[in-house]
Unconditional design. Structure first.
Length: 344
């Protein structure tokens, strides 16, 4: 089975498992796990921040960042198809008590003018804008990359209004590898930022959330415990994360090449609509037009032929490349798609 549903499906390699088995561990709620501490130091250094906290998931990293920087009743400016909006079970409302001010875009990248227009005026009738969240790369936008100049301009606006910013950098290293802009250069513009180890970097579990501010770091730790994310001998997992940071960042470029290759194969299929220039990293979003079959029927037909991918809207599909798919798998995926999507 070729699995292009997500880069979350990657399994730890033998070498990564070896590193996990050998990990030195301690109780991380006491701050005594040496492997977790090492991973946190590496993550802080990579993103150019003073503090990093290891958390079980990207969702928890985002939710802690929202929780510690807002008050109930605040509003958070966010792109309308952001992961925080679509896939986090309403946690921002349920756990932080904030309202999301969702701003629509074509491919996930907010225009600075949209952000400025979304900031609430200081008026007795309106609620305060408490946070601005950006997602880089943008998942539902098709792995799109935030241009650094756009982030810089949004940052200027945020600073002028005294509003903090959070970066959902679940796939930040995909942006780093695609552009050559360092993770620290991106993260510099945000009070909090997160990235995931368990996507293209190939670790089984874990994300990091970073900040430069000691009180914010302390609050992140406190709320991690409150949200049930305080882990004990987590060094077993952190060892996989260290392995991922040491071995699996630069190879993300292969995933990007595979995504472009898949896009070229998809383009040859008459029922497929896709803009190849929009494939910037490891996510390929495409539409199937003029088919009488439902998206779920198409997904089932592909599965029968040995290919897994996700339907993400009426006629829209998402394929994600990652370190467990080879160039040959991509060629085979293209063949299966061509057979299934050409049939009526
Ligand atoms: N994304 C997953 C699903 O949850 C949709 C995927 O398959 O792409 N931020 C972004 C931008 C993400 O894409 C994800 C996961 C997360 C946060 C959450 O990470 P986890 O799954 O670790 O909570």
């Amino acid at each position: 089975m070729i699995d292009l549903r997500s880069d979350t499906v990657t399994k730890p390699s033998e070498a990564m498992r070896e590193a996990m088995v050998r990990a030195e561990v301690g109780d991380d709620v006491y701050g005594e796990d040496p492997t977790v501490n090492r991973l946190q130091e590496m993550a802080a250094a990579l993103l150019g921040k003073a503090y990093a906290l290891f958390v079980p998931s990207g969702t928890m990293a985002n939710q802690l960042s929202i929780r510690v920087q807002t008050k109930p009743g605040d509003e958070v400016i966010i792109e309308s198809r952001a992961h925080i909006v679509r896939y986090e079970q309403g946690a921002a409302a349920a756990l932080a008590g904030v309202q999301l001010h969702m701003v629509p875009t074509d491919r996930g990248v907010l225009d600075p003018a949209q952000v400025e227009a979304a900031i609430r005026p200081k008026d007795p009738h309106t609620l305060p804008t408490g946070l601005i969240c950006l997602e880089n790369t943008h998942n539902s936008g098709g792995g799109s990359i935030y241009p650094l100049a756009t982030i810089e301009r949004i940052r200027e606006i945020a600073l002028a209004h005294g509003i903090p910013m959070h970066l959902d950098g679940a796939r930040l290293f995909n942006a780093v590898v695609a552009t050559g802009v360092s993770a620290a250069e991106y993260a510099r513009h945000f009070e909090t930022g997160s990235f995931c180890l368990s996507k293209g970097l190939g670790a089984p579990v874990g994300s990091l959330v970073v900040t430069n501010d000691r009180p914010t770091a302390d609050k992140l730790r406190r709320f991690r415990r409150m949200y049930g994310g305080g882990m004990r001998q987590a060094g077993i997992l952190a060892a996989a994360g260290i392995y991922a940071l040491e071995h699996n960042i630069s190879r993300l470029k292969e995933d990007h090449e595979h995504a472009r290759r898949l896009a070229r194969l998809l383009q040859k299929i008459p029922t497929v609509s896709l803009e190849p220039d929009h494939v910037e990293t490891n996510i390929v979003i495409f539409d199937v037009v003029g088919s009488s079959r439902s998206a779920q029927d198409i997904v089932a037909a592909l599965k029968k032929e040995g290919l897994l991918l996700n339907a993400v809207g009426g006629t829209t599909f998402r394929a994600v490349t990652h370190l467990d798919v080879t160039t040959r798998d991509i060629e085979e995926a293209g063949r299966i798609l061509s057979v299934v999507l050409t049939k009526e």
